[in-house]
Design a protein around this ligand. Structure first.
Ligand SMILES: *Cc1c(COP(=O)(O)O)cnc(C)c1O
Length: 354
């Protein structure tokens, strides 16, 4: 059991919920009435506060702005048919958050602050959890350094916050993907496995170049040979080849260990697939395509769940797919969603009731 943590709650005078239409809300644009905030100083975490969602005031010398000690998480809460709100695998996000913290030389956040804070905050803003199909409450825990001093070193002070954003369906159209050979996302020994803010800023240029050429995202490849696939944009990637599903393994530390990735592997095995986590080269993918064995390709992540890939381009070789005829990735998405929205039994104990 985790110890009860003291949380100081200041409620908003009047909820802003009536100003927002919870149907078809764009991703990440609206925030709920409250947020959680706690500061780390002198080697310890201070008073945990839940207060009305508001701006924070920062000094121009704020360390995070200069040296990038900043990490985040992405979690979702869903409303089940009886109206209860449940969070999908938040303990996994908690563990990953602290892995990211350690890699970025930041303090870890105690489990009671993270979990109890999350629970209390969502309880308070429970009316903001949408009930429409494919809608959910996106939860964004994050931490950044707050020393007010320009000097390259780990900060002495940090701020941990959680904000909540009701959200509708994410990218729902199948994606065109460009296999990236110039820019890289992650290298062995680097921070690819951490949800560190800089990883996303560092990826934007390559993505923008791909977009200029009509692609939605890039498929990242390894830094040495540009041959082994890693991730698709900010999603883990899966290839169904024959009766086997292959996803890149986590061994080199270049891949973010997605909670959706892990869940998808469990559900795919239940669907009867052999699942392999291993190195996968673009040559092997192309060969499978030529042999007619490459059946379905998709990305996975909390924001989008499963995103189908309708085109993969490597140099001049273009692989196009008729995603309307795919069945496995859609079944996978339905099975996963049924667990999350509480219409199928939660045999894996993935759902955390608030
Ligand atoms: C967050 C993220 C994912 C997906 O992780 P989930 O836990 O499934 O949301 C995959 N790749 C990258 C780079 C990410 O940042």
């Amino acid at each position: 059991m985790i110890a009860a943590v003291d949380i100081k709650i200041t409620k908003i005078a009047q909820s802003k919920l009536s100003d927002v239409n919870l149907e078809n809300i764009p991703f990440g644009k609206y925030f709920t009435d409250h947020m959680l905030e706690v500061d780390y100083e002198n080697g310890q975490w201070g008073c945990v506060e839940i207060k009305p969602y508001q701006n924070i005031s920062i000094a121009p010398s704020l360390a995070a702005l200069h040296y990038g000690q900043a990490i985040f998480e992405g979690v979702k809460a869903y409303r089940n048919p009886s109206g209860e709100v449940q969070i999908f695998r938040p303990h996994d996000n908690f563990k990953r958050f602290n892995l990211s913290a350690e890699r970025m030389q930041m303090p870890t956040v105690p489990e009671d602050i993270f979990m109890e804070g999350l629970k209390k905050l969502i309880q308070l803003d429970a009316n903001w959890v949408p009930s429409q199909p494919d809608h959910s409450l996106y939860i964004r825990p994050f931490m950044f350094s707050t020393d007010e001093m320009i000097g390259v070193k780990p900060s002495d002070k940090y701020k941990f916050m959680i904000i909540l954003s009701p959200t509708g369906p994410y990218y729902n159209t199948p994606m065109r993907i460009y296999v990236e050979e110039q820019y890289v996302r992650a290298v062995p020994g680097g921070v690819g496995y951490a949800k560190a803010a800089g990883n996303y800023g560092a990826a934007m240029h390559a993505t923008a170049e791909a977009k200029k050429n009509g692609y939605d995202q890039v498929l990242w490849t390894d830094a040495f040979e540009h041959k082994y696939v890693q991730e698709c944009g900010t999603m883990n990637v899966f290839f169904i080849i024959g009766n086997t599903v292959i996803t890149p393994d986590l061994g080199a530390g270049t891949i973010l260990a997605g909670v959706t990735r892990d869940s998808v592997m469990v559900v795919l095995k239940e669907m009867g697939f052999a699942v392999e986590e291993r190195e996968l080269s673009i040559d092997e993918i192309i060969q499978a395509h030529k042999d007619g064995l490459l059946k379905e390709v998709f990305g996975t992540g909390t924001a989008a769940t499963i995103s189908l890939i309708k085109e993969l381009r490597y140099k001049d070789y273009v692989m196009e797919f008729d995603t309307d005829r795919w069945e496995f990735s859609n079944e996978l998405k339905n099975r996963l969603n049924a667990i999350r929205y509480g219409t199928a039994p939660d045999n894996h104990f993935w759902m955390y009731k608030i």
